[in-house]
Design a protein around this ligand. Structure first.
Ligand code: UDP
Ligand code: MG
Length: 162
């Protein structure tokens, strides 16, 4: 059944995904990008940056009361982070499924953390946990002009849009 163009456009979402310094240092960029690409999501922004500690604190502001907050912010600002925005139907929720549980020991095999990480403090990847967070995180990490809107030739094959 072909999906109507308007219905497809209404379902489109964007999420913020970041490969943390451990994932970058371990040479896992192409492996992780490949999983999102193969699934059928569209990359709309990407950059490699070393965030400051203040920036890391903003990114993780929801966790500021947690005992691991300081170490987590030190870690995120310790080296290059690959910041990305991915677009697709249901990408916020399903992106989290591709990533797996926060603790890699509890992540299913087949997920990014399940396959590629061992401990919670070095779980290699971040993904927005809901629509509001996605909006806030994209705005924190990217200028609007860094988000690239384009039509991919694969979309009609991925979504069956007529
Ligand atoms: N974290 C940690 N110890 C914990 C829980 C979380 O070091 O006990 C780190 C871990 O790197 C995690 C990040 O804090 O990815 C953010 O925690 P959150 O609960 O938001 O998990 P996520 O959304 O990344 O799965
Ligand atoms: Mg989180």
């Amino acid at each position: 059944m072909l999906q109507d163009q308007e219905a497809h456009a209404a379902e489109m979402e964007r999420t913020f995904i970041a490969i943390k310094p451990d994932g970058v240092q371990r040479g896992l960029i192409s492996e992780i990008v490949n999983r999102f690409e193969r699934k059928g999501y569209k990359l709309v922004a990407i950059k490699l940056i070393v965030p400051s500690k203040e920036f890391a604190q903003k990114h993780y502001h929801d966790l500021k009361e947690r005992p691991f907050f300081n170490g987590l912010c030190d870690f995120l600002s310790s080296g290059p982070v690959l910041a990305m925005v991915w677009e697709g139907e249901g990408v916020i929720k399903y992106g989290r499924k591709l990533i797996g549980a926060t603790d890699p020991q509890k992540s299913e095999p087949g997920t990014i953390r399940g396959d590629l990480a061992v401990v919670v403090g070095r779980n290699i990847i971040h993904g927005s946990d809901g629509p509001e967070t996605a909006k806030d995180e994209i705005a924190l990490w990217f200028e609007p002009k860094e988000l690239v809107s384009y039509t991919s030739n694969e979309e009609k094959w991925i979504y069956g849009v007529n």
